[in-house]
Design a protein. Sequence first.
Length: 235
Amino acid sequence: MHRESPHSPASAEAAITPAAGPAARARHAGPRVRHLGLAEYEPTYAAMRQFTASRQRDTPDELWLLQHPSVYTTGLACRPEHLPRGSSIPLVRTDRGGQITYHGPGQVVMYTLLDLARRDLKIRTFVGLLEQAVIDTLAQYNVSAQAKSTAPGVYVKGAKIAALGLRVRRGGCYHGVALNVDMDLAPFLAIDPCGYPGLAVTQTRDLGVAANVAELGDRLAAILTQLLAQHESKH
């Protein structure tokens, strides 16, 4: 897979722009995977929005794999009572769905910049594919995980291991999923993760998985690509 150097905060938005290609090839090809390393949240968020706003009918889809320095992010549905309590970690308000979550080093984030309309994907179907990609990835390490119909994300024995939130504009999707790998989970204690007070949070390291962020990110992207291809073959 193609690897790229981490972007500095000032350069992230300018450095990530959509490439054009034949419409038919863009529709049937798997997403391009970009490895962005440790990237500041706000310029990456701006880059996702810019990518989506400027993409054309034949712009290839992309998956961005990265980690963020410590940051809380809120979705459009976030309520004040779920916000951080006594924490100095920055808070960024975003346009994704959902409530509040935490990102930090040791967590693999996969942003999904896909043309859902071109792939004939409804948002709820795509949420299911994202959750299944995480479940299938964990299964390769003998970890049994589940999704919940009432609370998006992926859980292991009731503890949340992956959170997701999406935004769709003109058929183009951005934001994505975050899988906890080997991180400091303490900042989750200062919030109500995803709007659920007292929700337990876990990570792959604590479940006996030795794989690092890079390996799990690559597997997650590969499995999602396979699931997208399977969906397309049925439609």
